[in-house]
Design a protein around this ligand. Structure first.
Ligand SMILES: NC(=O)c1ccc[n+]([C@@H]2O[C@H](COP(=O)([O-])OP(=O)(O)OC[C@H]3O[C@@H](n4cnc5c(N)ncnc54)[C@H](O)[C@@H]3O)[C@@H](O)[C@H]2O)c1
Ligand SMILES: CC(C)[C@H](C(=O)O)[C@@H](O)C(=O)O
Ligand SMILES: [Mg+2]
Length: 356
């Protein structure tokens, strides 16, 4: 089992160190190899996704990823910005299906942004399409009246597009996932305005006919953003495009207590996957040892389940995380009165101890 470990920037290095600690404590034989990615790779090699890093990821069964980015790179040309590394990995590895489960653990009901009764028992699965949409559509760029370059641009544009096969395959992923859950899919779109998402809705509806045992409903993204905070338990599997999924999953993270609790799995059609927390490099708290490593540790559990066929080990990690929460240990983002505040490394150590 070969794991490429790509910590990246900011808190990426801190939280991945804790996930690696937990993986090592399982007593399984992994081959783990690390490489620079994002801003760290740009500093060392002049590119956010160097050839070596990409090859390492391509050759691995799974990638454990931290986060990339920092405000100090804002002025770089877009292809050199750290965020291009994660977009490049998704594209090169064909990681089209992004699972972002928003689960409110019973111990964190009080840490949620919503009233306890709205989130107790909450378990939503957001399935975000990850290699299409306005993120990758062509053409994109800037036009100027003068020479085609910034500064002096007159306008900038991106293209939102989805092809039928792209929508069909993510819809199937969602219907299959729903079959193993409460058999309900909500497809989120903006079909009232956008041609791309009218097409999305039509294709998801067609695919839905292959799954008569799964209930399908459709919701506009603005309403979905509202319903997520009004009555989140109405949702089970949510399937949506790349950009809407990016936004809705950050919103959903706060129902679980913190963005530091939301793991993710990005899969291709070969079960190869990239596993990362849904959050970013958090430059505002980087280097302080206070970041919550649980989203990354829970992402490692998803990696064991989806790409490495280690269901038992995955469940061990998830149980250990619930145990440390039950012990009252909290990083600052999920802290509440009566609990014990700990730092990133202490939280990782506690999970290792709770593995038993
Ligand atoms: N997949 C990725 O690598 C990824 C994802 C999102 C953002 N980014 C990048 O990260 C940089 C910062 O972006 P941002 O500030 O908009 O989003 P962010 O997710 O990094 O941070 C948003 C807020 O959440 C907090 N936060 C995030 N993770 C946390 C954790 N584990 N524990 C405690 N608090 C946590 C941060 O302190 C911050 O206040 C940008 O360069 C952005 O492009 C990268
Ligand atoms: C960093 C950025 C490219 C990325 C995205 O928009 O997909 C991030 O926000 C995420 O959610 O993984
Ligand atoms: Mg995001």
């Amino acid at each position: 089992m070969k794991i490429a470990v790509l910590p990246g920037d900011g808190i990426g290095t801190e939280i991945v160190a804790e996930a690696v600690k937990v993986l090592k404590a399982l007593g399984l034989s992994f081959e783990m190899e690390s490489a620079l990615v994002g801003g760290a790779a740009y500093e060392a090699h002049g590119h956010p996704l160097p050839e070596f890093t990409l090859k390492l990821a391509q050759a691995a069964d799974a990638v454990l990823f931290g986060a990339v980015g920092d405000w100090k790179y804002d002025k770089l040309d877009r292809p050199l910005r750290p965020e291009q590394a994660i977009l490049g990995l998704r594209k090169h590895l064909g990681l089209f299906a992004n699972f972002r489960p928003a689960i409110c653990y019973e111990q964190l009901v009080g840490a949620s942004s919503l009233k306890p009764e709205l989130v107790a028992g909450l378990d939503i699965l957001i399935i975000r399409e990850l290699t299409g949409d306005i993120y990758f559509g062509q053409p994109r760029g800037r036009r100027t009246a003068v020479d085609g370059h910034f500064p002096g641009a007159e306008e900038a544009f991106d293209t939102m597009r989805y092809s039928r096969p792209e929508i069909e395959r993510i819809a199937r992923v969602a219907f299959e996932a729903a079959r193993k859950r409460s058999k309900k899919v909500t497809s989120v779109d903006k079909a009232n305005v956008l041609e791309t998402f009218q097409f999305w809705k039509d294709v998801v509806t067609e695919v839905g006919k292959e799954y008569p045992d799964v209930a399908l409903d459709h919701m506009y993204v603005d309403n979905a953003a509202m319903q997520l905070v009004k009555a989140p338990k109405k949702f089970d599997v949510v399937v949506t495009g790349n950009m809407f999924g990016d936004i809705l999953s950050d919103e959903a993270s706060m129902l679980t207590g913190s963005i530091g609790m939301l793991p993710s799995a990005s899969l291709n059609d070969k079960k190869q996957g990239l596993y990362e927390p849904s959050h970013g490099s958090a430059p505002d708290i980087a280097g302080k040892g206070v970041a919550n490593p649980l989203a990354t540790i829970l992402s490692a559990a998803m990696m064991l389940r989806f790409s490495l066929n280690q269901e038992e080990a995955a469940a061990r990690i998830e149980t250990a995380v619930q145990k440390v929460l039950a012990q009252g240990l909290r990083t600052p983002d999920i802290y509440s009165e009566g609990t014990t505040q700990v730092g990133t490394a202490q939280m990782g150590d506690a999970v290792v101890k709770a593995l038993g």
